[in-house]
Design a binder for this molecule. Structure first.
Ligand code: PBG
Length: 327
């Protein structure tokens, strides 16, 4: 045979399904999934989020049934978001002991014990009249005043029985402030998964329908990371690690795979990726139009996030992915 034939034939390892299984490099399991759950105060009936098909806002009465389903699908963790009945300037609903998330946490803890990891979002935007993630002073976010409230939220969630608090407000020093209040109150075992490199992103728009948290004026550019600045994103991650975070997060996921990969390369810490509402909505819309196959695209996207280096993924596809993996 002529020497111009290839000696390397990568197709040898692709020739049958068993052979492909044997050499598969990246594996995805339901254990990699965190399922977001929205609970709304004083809600009569569950309602579907318009821009996020299949995603539901639940009344507290429906929560246990929902967690049962998530658990049956072998998803190990939930991420709770609350929508309060009332908003005010101080975001009071976020940290009171009978707040919607606090009630949800204790209900899940009571009914499921340690059989599901309870994570909860720590932020203010659903709870403040302004829709901003911090406390305002003269129409500007007061970073340090906001830290006090975020710490109170985390503490109230810890009292309710949360496993991991997940600050998403992008206030400087939020991990340190939360770690300190938790430790001072004996909650040394409550973990922190910070939305460390959370970008100012248009991919969050459908979530604002889901959680009713659109800013009433301005935008989040003064506190979220610009998507033009990867080194700045890495500094956010570094500072969270210095402040004692347990799990860092890159958010959104799909358009930010470079940052997931870079974090994996230089840091020795669990990495979560948040595949956000807009990522979900794009796939749902295109599949409703019949232009793509939802399951195939979902699977490929979630594998890409895993391949980039994420150890776990918060995704609105959690239930669908888990159910598909079990087939
Ligand atoms: C609020 C918060 C947002 C998301 C999670 N927590 C919205 C925002 O920052 O505007 C977005 C999640 C998603 O889009 O799925 N702090």
């Amino acid at each position: 045979m002529s020497s111009s034939f290839p000696t390397k034939r990568l197709r040898r390892l692709r020739k049958s399904e068993k052979m492909r299984n044997l050499v598969q490099e990246v594996l995805f399991s339901a254990n990699d999934l965190i399922c977001p759950v929205f609970v709304q105060e004083n809600l009569k009936e569950r309602n579907v989020v318009k821009s996020m098909p299949d995603i539901i806002r639940l009344p507290l009465e429906d929560l246990t049934g929902e967690i049962e389903k998530i658990k049956e699908l072998k998803i190990p963790a939930i991420m709770l978001f609350g929508i309060p009945a009332k908003k005010d300037d101080a975001g009071t609903g976020s940290f009171v002991d009978d707040g919607i998330v606090q009630k949800a946490i204790s209900q899940v803890r009571q009914n499921f014990g340690d059989n599901i990891v309870i994570m909860a979002d720590v932020c203010l935007c659903q709870y403040t009249s302004s829709g901003h993630c911090g406390i305002l002073r003269e129409n500007k976010i007061d970073n340090d005043a906001s830290l006090k409230t975020l710490a109170e939220i985390a503490l109230s969630q810890a009292r309710s029985g949360v496993d991991i608090v997940s600050p998403s407000a992008m206030m400087d020093g939020q991990v340190k402030a939360i770690r300190q209040i938790l430790d001072d109150n004996g909650f040394t075992d409550v973990g922190i998964m910070s939305h460390s490199a959370k970008h100012r992103s248009s991919f969050y728009n459908p979530f604002r329908d889901a959680a009713d948290c659109a800013p009433q004026f301005g935008d989040r550019k003064t506190y979220q990371v610009p998507f033009t600045n990867p080194r700045e994103a890495m500094r956010e991650i570094e500072s969270d690690i210095t402040e004692g975070v347990d799990i860092v997060m890159v958010k959104p996921a799909l358009a930010y795979l470079d940052l997931i990969a870079e974090t994996k390369r230089i840091h020795n810490i669990p990495i979560s990726a948040y595949s956000v509402s807009g990522e979900y909505a794009l796939v749902k819309a295109a599949s409703q139009l019949g232009w793509i196959n939802e399951i195939d695209i979902m699977t490929e996207i979630l594998y890409s996030i895993k391949r980039a280096g994420a150890d776990m993924i918060v995704t609105y596809f959690a239930k669908k992915m888990a159910s598909n993996l079990s087939k």
